[in-house]
Design a protein. Structure first.
Length: 221
C-alpha cells in the first residue's frame, strides 16, 4: 500500500478549480460601462485577478482608488457579480473526478480564496459540498492571500499541520501564499497564468491535468 506524503490538500478557487474569468470580465465591464469608463479585455482581466475583487476593480477602473467614481463602480460590480457569478462559470475538466478520487482516498480538503466570503460559500454549496466542508474567503479580521492567515485557518479547521498538507494554485499569489505559510506547492497549468509567468514567480512543481495531482500526494516507491 502506497504511503501518503500528505494528509490534506488546500485548493485555490478561481483559476484552479473553477474557470470564473468570463463572468468576472462581464461584471467588471458592466460596472465600467455604467460609469462611462472604458471596458477591459479578457487578457487585461486575466492579469488583474488573484488579489480579491477590490484589487481587481482598482486595476480595472482608470486611476483606481483615486477615481471619484471608484466606489460606485465597485458596488455595481459586486451587485452584478452576485447575480451573474454562475452564468458562464464551471469546473475545469477533470476537477470533479480529482475531488472524488481524493475523497475516496481519505484526503481532507479545503478551499482558500481571495474572493469575498459570501461568494466562496455560495460556490462551495453549488460545486463542492459533497467533497469538502471547509471554504475560506475574504472577510474582516483576517488578512487575504498571500498572507498565510486564511490557509492557517483552513488547516486548523481540518486538523492538519502545514507539513502534512500541500497547496494547489495557479498564480504568483498562490506561490507566495504557500511560501509564506511554509507549505509545498503544486502549480496547475490550466489557470489564469502562463507557464512563463508561473516559472518567473518561482513555481517548481507543475501538473497539466487534474488527476496528475494524485501521484504527487504519495511517497515515491
Amino acid at each position: 500500500m502506497k504511503k501518503k506524503k500528505y494528509d490534506g490538500v488546500i485548493f485555490d478557487l478561481d483559476g484552479t478549480l473553477l474557470d470564473t474569468l468570463e463572468d468576472l470580465k462581464n461584471s467588471v465591464n458592466y460596472a465600467l460601462s455604467a460609469c462611462n469608463m472604458p471596458e477591459r479585455s479578457y487578457e487585461e482581466v486575466r492579469h488583474f485577478v488573484g488579489n480579491g475583487v477590490k484589487r481587481l476593480m482598482e486595476l480595472s477602473v482608470p486611476d483606481g482608488f483615486a477615481n471619484p467614481d471608484f466606489e460606485r463602480a465597485y458596488e455595481l460590480f459586486r451587485e452584478h457579480y452576485v447575480k451573474h457569478c454562475n452564468d458562464l462559470t464551471d469546473l475545469y475538466p477533470g476537477i470533479r473526478e480529482l475531488l472524488w478520487a481524493l475523497k475516496q482516498d481519505g484526503f481532507r480538503m479545503a478551499i482558500v480564496s481571495n474572493k469575498y466570503y459570501e461568494g466562496v460559500q455560495a460556490l462551495k454549496e453549488q460545486y463542492f459540498t459533497e467533497y469538502l466542508d471547509v471554504a475560506i474567503g475574504e472577510k474582516e479580521g483576517i488578512r487575504k492571500k498571500p498572507a498565510p492567515d486564511t490557509v492557517l485557518t483552513a488547516l486548523k479547521e481540518l486538523g492538519i499541520s502545514k507539513e502534512r498538507a500541500v497547496y494547489v494554485g495557479d498564480s504568483e499569489v498562490d506561490l507566495a501564499t504557500a511560501q509564506n505559510t511554509g507549505m509545498d506547492c503544486i502549480t496547475v497549468g490550466w489557470g489564469f497564468r502562463t507557464r512563463k509567468e508561473q516559472e518567473a514567480a518561482g513555481a517548481k512543481v507543475f501538473v497539466n491535468r487534474p488527476l496528475e495531482i494524485i501521484g504527487l500526494l504519495y511517497e515515491e516507491e
